[in-house]
Design a protein around this ligand. Structure first.
Ligand SMILES: *Cc1c(COP(=O)(O)O)cnc(C)c1O
Length: 379
């Protein structure tokens, strides 16, 4: 009997990870802002054309930095998609922000830019958008909405590193954007993240917040004689050991993205007719978007069909998962005023979505196995 077992995700070593890790030990600097952190900053700044990149301990922490940088205080409202990760919102709720949940588009499952304007009030202080699966939101409209009301756009770009919207990198449209290097993301160091600062006004304070509320960054550059406690802050610098691992992954970005694209395209090609028979839908990537190939998802015909398919795949030892329970209907969302029917698309999609294994080290044989198990399922 074939004992092949396909996990949902598997971390991989793609290049110089182990060499760089031992090099950090040899250098004798394994804490934050060392040699490899600087190389990651430089690589991301050069590649993306972002004025300032700061590695952080997680995407969640980078989002917490955003809420502090925007000086949000209790009672301020921020617009979020309801179909999002918990910390996309929680990082702001931590500062007392009232989340205002907006529905998502049926095609890309991204924040519905057409529904944003109606939810803006005199208390609204920002818009947070998430590029679901690494496919860009309708950024022309979102950037224009934010500008019209003189408020910042923040991109939660955890899925979207090296995806593009109208030829331009995701993560370069908002005043601020965040990345995740969690194990499950396209590029990983286990746990980690980054803050991308496109609006230079935030650079100086971001360095201070990240380094315990001190001006140590300026001290290290020789700009001040001593460093002091100058603001609130925390300790959001990842160890240089993690940056060493991450640099090796970022250096192999073309190979990683090419592999993910191949796997994604094969799912799309092989599953098309099958999905049509089932009344299921494959992901939509608009012509003006280049995906980062982070997620391959299916929208099944019904919740029951989705759950049957999960069981069927489980019997074939394939782990497929779903996610994003609509945030406005979670206990915290309800406490913030969320009600069933507020975001009908998010509610519907959440009950029918399924994500297939998609990771750099997924082998052709493993994907054959996943595809065979799927094609065997007839509804
Ligand atoms: C993974 C993820 C996060 C959180 O990332 P961490 O680095 O684990 O904090 C935030 N937002 C989205 C959309 C994510 O997918």
């Amino acid at each position: 009997m074939n004992r092949l077992r396909v996990p949902f995700n598997r971390p991989s070593i793609v290049g110089n990870e182990l060499e760089y890790l031992s090099d950090t030990l040899r250098r004798g600097h394994i804490s934050g802002d060392g040699h490899y952190t600087k190389l990651c900053h430089a690589l991301l700044e050069a590649e993306l054309g972002v004025p300032k990149v700061l590695l952080t301990t997680s995407c969640t922490h980078a989002l917490e930095m955003c809420a502090l940088l925007l000086a949000l205080t209790p009672g301020d409202e921020v617009i979020f998609p309801s179909f999002a990760f918990v910390t996309t919102v929680n990082a702001f709720v931590l500062r007392g922000v009232k989340p205002v949940f907006v529905d998502v588009r049926e095609d890309t499952l991204n924040l519905d830019e057409r529904a944003v304007e109606a939810r803006i009030t005199t208390h609204t202080r920002g818009i947070v958008a998430l590029h679901y699966a690494g496919v860009g939101c309708e950024l022309d409209e979102l950037v224009a909405s934010a500008a019209r009301h003189g408020m910042p756009l923040v991109e939660d770009n955890a899925h979207g590193l090296f995806g593009r919207y109208r030829g331009r990198w995701l993560g370069t449209f908002g005043a601020l954007a965040t990345q995740s290097f969690h194990e499950t993301k396209n590029f990983s160091c286990g746990e980690g993240g980054a803050l991308l600062i496109n609006d230079r006004r935030y650079v100086e304070r971001a360095e201070i917040l990240r380094d315990k509320g001190t001006d140590r960054s300026r001290f290290l550059r020789g700009e001040v004689q001593k460093y002091q406690w100058v603001d609130v802050g925390s300790s959001w610098l990842p160890a240089d050991l993690l940056a060493a691992y991450l640099l090796a992954q970022l250096e192999r970005r073309e190979a990683i993205q090419a592999r993910r694209r191949t796997l994604w395209k094969r799912y799309e090609r092989v599953l098309g007719p099958w999905a049509e028979r089932l009344g299921a839908r494959l992901p939509v990537v608009p012509a003006h978007c280049d995906s980062s190939w982070h997620i391959f998802h299916l929208l099944l015909a019904s919740n029951e069909q989705r759950d049957r398919l999960i069981r069927h795949l489980d019997e074939h030892r394939v782990l497929a998962v779903f996610h994003y329970l609509p945030l406005h209907l979670s206990p915290m969302g309800v406490a913030a005023g969320g009600r069933p029917g507020d975001c009908p698309v998010a509610e519907d999609v959440s009950s029918r979505i399924l994500r297939l294994p998609l990771f750099e080290s997924l082998t052709d044989k493993e994907q054959d196995w996943v595809l065979a198990a799927l094609l065997e399922f007839d509804g």
